[in-house]
Write a protein that binds this ligand. Structure first.
Ligand code: ADP
Length: 195
């Protein structure tokens, strides 16, 4: 059986150009388009995405909604899951999971993964939700993202694989360090308590 950690990948690039079943959009509450990754996804999916999203009635922060991928279907992406991350107003000295923003960001990952599971989506790619215009601290956001994805993959059949799509090498290094730390922890645990 594949270890949950082996189902997690990191890539650098434009999320609209990946070969996955579904991509996640870091949207705003209107779901009618915005800047950053939201804009890139709306451009790549074409105007039918906006027409469809008008029927969704928006989405509160921390929740998620699914749409077809329209023009992106040509490259094999069947769905877009739109989730609304929190704007960071938090206290960076607070321990992880203890700010309102931490809870909302964790909810974005959980809600998105739950929808992916319901639609039997095998491969899913996330951008670094809230870390652009919403100013969530990158390391903190990556720890929340990684922790929730790993936990979900440990307990559910779908999705089979999750990719963290980073827009640049520095962002990817943040995720890589978190994964390396986890792998080291698992290695040490196996040495201390062999199965
Ligand atoms: P938010 O408003 O949730 O902060 P942004 O779109 O401003 O959303 O940024 C979220 C993350 O997505 C940032 O790390 C940004 O660098 C990244 N990003 C922007 N465009 C793309 C893209 N086309 N593909 C992947 N990631 C992207």
């Amino acid at each position: 059986m594949t270890e949950p950690l082996d189902k997690i990948h990191i890539t650098v690039g434009n999320i609209t150009q990946l070969s996955v079943d579904a991509i996640v959009n870091a949207a705003n509450e209107s779901l009618l388009g915005g800047g950053g990754v939201d804009n890139a996804i709306h451009i790549a999916a074409g105007p039918k995405l906006l027409e469809f999203n008008k029927t969704l009635g928006g989405c509160p922060t921390g929740l998620a909604k699914i749409s077809p991928a329209f023009e992106l279907e040509r490259q094999g992406i069947s769905h877009i899951i739109h989730t609304v991350g929190p704007v960071w107003h938090g206290d960076e000295t607070a321990s992880l999971a203890n700010t309102h923003e931490d809870v909302l960001l964790a909810s974005c990952y959980h809600q998105t993964l739950t929808i992916a599971q319901q639609h039997k989506i095998k491969t899913l790619a996330f951008p670094a939700i809230s870390t652009g215009m919403y100013h969530f601290p990158k390391d903190r956001a990556a720890k929340i993202a990684f922790g929730h994805v790993l936990d979900f993959l440990t307990h559910h059949d779908y999705p089979h694989e999750v990719t963290f799509c980073c827009f640049n090498q520095e962002d990817a290094a943040v995720y890589q360090e978190i994964i390396d730390t986890r792998m080291q922890w698992m290695y040490n645990r196996k040495r201390i308590c062999p199965a």
